[in-house]
Write a protein that binds this ligand. Structure first.
Ligand SMILES: *Cc1c(COP(=O)(O)O)cnc(C)c1O
Length: 377
């Protein structure tokens, strides 16, 4: 016997978004991409990643990303298994020569700083911290060879523009995990822009991708020549060799690659990064505008220019329990609006990634209102 849970508050069907997925990763995968995977499954899934069928998809991802980010000549897209979390460890071995500087303003940016702090072959990094809901700025230093920036801090909903610190000579290495494909970025301002496919790229997790400048490629080669001991799995030199052959060092998830390739094509065909960012701007305008107009909500991030257009954090008045709002939405098929747990705020966190329809964000605001007003009653 199936025990179906009936929500205590039933949101009317006409208020609901067409798609109820608002999580920040794994995030909404477009049904059309899944259909395409289904259609091609018999000749793709379960075939060798060393053969042309899969390598063509990897090649399409690499060239499609070069086009999406309008990478200048000499930039290369690298990929490997393990996601952005793994890339932090790769960077401690293959990108940081001696000393890094980290801007730490939330869970994710703090983790890379911790990885660099723990690495015995590196000098103590400089970590510049700012309170949650804000971001610090990088400061050029003569002894820093990697500046570790985060384009969008997914735990707090703060975005920052990517710019080389004035006068800096080190590499600018940017965590673009939740920003890439949704926020504008100038490749002249970074040396490495790395991310995973389960956020704006509407695929599954488990992979990392990194757009690398010629200076970054040179650093990888230099460290390789230096003879520093590096676990093969974390060696960006090996990732470079394999990426140039449209492969990964070890076996990748083929469905992840396929869905990523579909999303990159979809973004490029619709008008590229400018189109995608414009769509996220529209969703952000809808959601933050609603939160400012509504009496019992407000955007968590105080400075308007710091508010992310890919991950929005909305505080609720203490009288309305955000956990219950998210739970009630979930029972109605609207999922993953919960705040980042460790931030510990009475808050909703909502993805505004390009795969999410701005009209669905609008519908979501009506659903939040419907649920919150009835929870108060
Ligand atoms: C999601 C996320 C990560 C972690 O990505 P994984 O693929 O889970 O390793 C790192 N940084 C940021 C900014 C993220 O949003």
């Amino acid at each position: 016997m199936s025990t179906q849970v009936r929500p205590q508050i039933e949101v009317p069907a006409q208020l609901k978004p067409a798609d109820g997925r608002f999580g920040c990763g794994p995030a909404k995968v477009r049904p059309k991409a899944v259909e395409q995977l289904q259609r091609q499954a018999a000749t793709f899934l379960g075939t060798s990643h060393r053969q042309s069928r899969v390598r063509a998809v990897v090649g399409g991802v690499r060239s499609g990303l070069s086009r999406l980010f309008q990478l200048p000549d000499g930039y290369e897209v690298l990929l490997g298994n393990g996601g952005s979390t793994c890339f932090w460890d790769c960077a401690t071995f293959s990108l940081i020569e001696r000393k890094s500087q980290h801007l730490s303003f939330g869970e994710f940016s703090a983790k890379f700083a911790a990885a660099a702090e723990a690495a015995p072959h590196l000098t103590e990094p400089e970590v510049i911290v700012s309170p949650p809901g804000t971001h610090p700025d990088a400061i050029a230093r003569a002894d820093v060879d990697v500046y570790a920036l985060t384009h969008n801090e997914t735990s707090t909903g703060v975005a920052m523009p990517i710019q080389r610190p004035a006068g800096a000579e080190g590499l600018v290495v940017v965590d673009g995990t939740s920003a890439a494909g949704g926020l504008r970025v100038d490749p002249g301002q970074f040396d490495v822009y790395y991310f995973s496919p389960q956020k704006c790229f509407a695929s599954d997790g488990g992979l990392w991708l990194a757009a690398c400048s010629p200076a970054a490629v040179e650093r990888i080669e230099e460290i390789r020549r230096s003879g520093r001991w590096t676990p093969a799995f974390l060696d960006l030199g090996l990732a470079l060799d394999n990426s140039r052959l449209e492969q990964t060092y070890n076996t990748p998830a083929l469905a992840t690659l396929f869905l990523l390739a579909e999303q990159v094509s979809w973004l490029n065909e619709n008008g590229g990064l400018e189109w995608a960012a414009g769509r996220c701007d529209e969703s952000a305008r809808v959601l933050y505008g609603w939160a400012e107009r509504t009496e019992w909500t407000q955007p968590y991030v105080k400075r308007q220019e710091d508010r992310s257009h890919v991950v929005a954090t909305i505080d609720l008045d203490p009288g309305i329990d955000a956990v219950r709002v998210s739970q009630m939405l979930r029972l109605n098929g609207i999922v993953d609006t919960e705040a980042y747990r460790k931030l510990g705020r009475n808050q909703l966190r909502i993805a505004l990634f390009p795969a999410i329809e701005p009209a669905d964000v609008e519908a979501l605001t009506a659903c939040i209102k419907y649920v919150a007003e009835r929870l108060q009653a």
